[in-house]
Design a protein around this ligand. Structure first.
Ligand code: ZN
Length: 304
């Protein structure tokens, strides 16, 4: 069988009980492995960044307008620092403060993401829906483990009660599997269906381990047997950065004239900018910077 999505991450949209509940299932093993490769993360950092990437894709995939871009940031005061992920629902990229943290495992043997992230802070979601002002939602962190933090965000900020599970399974530096699921009752969902969902929520508690055996389509069938699971759509997901020299020029200019003048006058030739999301390097020599400053001045003139 030649299925183009077979060796690729994907997002699966499904319904239960003829639309009484919806499922958004994300398979993200390759995406998280790529993030770990770029950022050279330790296991607990891979798990924290991976869960953030999966959740950002989840928030973005819910948008009907596929040009919309979502930026998720988590700052819980823990030693990992700030976690950021940007997604349009088809691609995702992210960055983090500290990449090599080593923390003791939790009592249940899982990576201690909560201790790395901390819970003294906020989860912030900025949605750029290509309108004048972006939508900003912010909720307090509950545990820093991220799945319940995102469930709380969906319930309070998007008025969508749901169950969220996020997981990354690592062995040393290798990402074995990663994924997430969001199960949400739709308006008019019966009590019986809600009870059924709560009962089955335990199946998704170990989502990354389950995904190391079976793909999403099989797990949906298995977990929700008897609830009329129906797959509605799938779309690919990958780690991709869209940085460019043009965007880096804008970042350089945003430093301001004084700072740029300082770069020209210091001993070193030019400046090197590194993309936070993919670590690609962009070099600007003194002549490039002078050219940018002149162009900026010319643009200022025309704006007057
Ligand atoms: Zn980049």
């Amino acid at each position: 069988m030649n299925n183009p999505l077979q060796n690729q991450d994907k997002i699966t949209f499904a319904s239960l009980e003829n639309g009484e509940a919806s499922i958004l299932f994300i398979e993200a093993t390759h995406t998280v492995a790529e993030a770990a490769r770029i950022h050279q993360t330790s296991p607990v950092c891979t798990a924290a960044l991976g869960r953030t990437l999966i959740a950002a894709a989840m928030v973005a995939a819910r948008n009907k307008d596929d040009r919309a871009s979502v930026t998720v940031s988590i700052n819980g005061g823990g030693p990992i620092g700030k976690l950021t992920a940007v997604s349009d629902g088809k691609t995702v990229k992210g960055t983090l403060g500290a990449n090599r943290l080593e923390l003791p495992l939790r009592e249940d043997g899982k990576l201690n993401v909560g201790a790395a992230v901390g819970k003294d802070g906020f989860l912030t979601v900025v949605k750029d829906l290509r309108m004048k002002t972006p939508y900003v939602g912010q909720t307090e962190l509950i545990s820093g483990e991220l799945a319940e933090d995102f469930a709380y965000y969906f319930a309070t900020s998007e008025q969508q009660p749901c169950l969220v599970s996020l997981g990354v399974l690592v062995s040393g530096d290798t990402v074995l599997s990663a994924g997430g699921v969001m199960i949400a009752p739709m308006p008019g969902c019966s009590e019986k269906t809600i009870e059924n969902l709560e009962m089955r929520s335990m199946f998704c508690a170990d989502i990354s381990r389950e995904l190391s055996y079976d793909p999403a389509a099989v797990l949906i069938e298995k977990w929700f047997e008897g609830m009329q699971p129906q797959i509605l759509d799938t779309q690919p997901l990958e780690y991709r950065c869209n940085c460019s020299r043009y965007k880096m020029e804008a970042a350089l200019l945003s430093l301001g004239k004084k700072e740029l003048q300082g770069i020209l006058e210091d001993e070193q030739e030019g400046a090197e900018l590194v993309c936070h999301f993919c670590h690609k390097k962009y070099h600007f020599n003194d002549a490039d910077i002078r050219g940018l400053m002149q162009r900026e001045e010319a643009e200022d003139d025309t704006a007057v």
